[in-house]
Design a protein around this ligand. Structure first.
Ligand code: ATP
Ligand code: MG
Length: 240
């Protein structure tokens, strides 16, 4: 025998959605998508010190976390969904996550860069052991393994551009958009590893339990995506 217990608190839980976002670039590009889904935060995440933001909808709240923490909050169900860069998702591994939509926002490229006077091609040809500094260990490991290159990876948490300038590494693996930061630091891009953009991610259990609430959002996000215009080729090895 089964009981149909009407519990308004349970119903609210089943229908309420927590979305994990990071400040900065991803939030800027996400705000129009949220708006298209009828979601407007009541505070500006850039200026508010609150980490949990209410929205115009009683059933939707935003949590503001570090970009690289977004998949973790969603994986463990502390957030039902989130928006994270492919760079971050590759490092996380994607366990427990659905990745139904490429939102085509925060687009850039994962690249290998070296000092402008470093002969990367020759180092590759000679089979030299190259020291690579990066925040993206998994991606870098896979890339160089595919090329059959022996590399020593050095984990950094930011400002990778500095590493080749002070002799910490020969090369870096980092995200590049305009290339202005590389230029300003006398570096050149030598390989494009992959294009990067941000994805909508959903907790696998939440998608099943809260489908009624999540599905319409998914459709609204999907309809609001700007069609992809391919990135033009990045000028590799361009002298700075
Ligand atoms: P933190 O600054 O807290 O250490 P972070 O550096 O990962 O974290 P951001 O620099 O805001 O945070 O990057 C967030 C996401 O934006 C990245 O994971 C990536 O997907 C995307 N991104 C990073 N750099 C660029 C760029 N130059 N152009 C477009 N998108 C980018
Ligand atoms: Mg940053």
């Amino acid at each position: 025998m089964t009981f149909a217990v009407k519990c308004s608190l349970c119903e609210f839980f089943m229908m309420s959605i927590t979305i994990a976002l990071s400040k900065g670039r991803i939030f800027d590009d996400t705000a129009p998508l949220l708006k298209a889904a009828g979601i407007v935060p009541l505070d500006d995440p850039e200026t508010s010190r609150k980490l949990i933001l209410a929205t115009n909808r009683d059933d939707v709240r935003l949590i503001i976390v570090r970009a690289s923490d977004v998949p973790t909050y969603v994986q463990y169900g502390a957030a039902d969904m989130g928006i994270a860069g492919k760079d971050v998702l590759l490092e996380h591994g994607g366990a427990g996550l659905y990745q139904p939509l490429d939102l085509n926002i925060a687009r850039c490229r994962m690249m290998v860069a070296v000092r402008s006077d470093f002969d990367y091609e020759s180092a590759v040809r000679r089979g030299a052991r190259v020291r690579v500094a990066t925040k993206y260990l998994q991606t870098a490991r896979e890339h160089f393994a595919e090329k059959g290159m022996h590399v020593d990876l050095i984990k950094l948490y930011g400002s990778m551009e500095l590493a080749p300038l002070v002799g910490l590494a020969d090369a870096i693996v980092d995200l590049v958009s305009s290339g202005n930061t590389l230029k300003a630091n006398n570096l050149k891009a030598v390989e494009e590893i992959m294009p990067i953009s941000s994805r909508l991610i959903i907790n696998q259990a939440a998608l099943k339990l809260k489908r009624q609430a999540i599905q319409p959002m998914l459709e609204a996000f999907s309809a609001a995506i700007t069609p992809l215009t391919p990135l033009s080729p990045y000028p590799l090895g361009a002298a700075t």
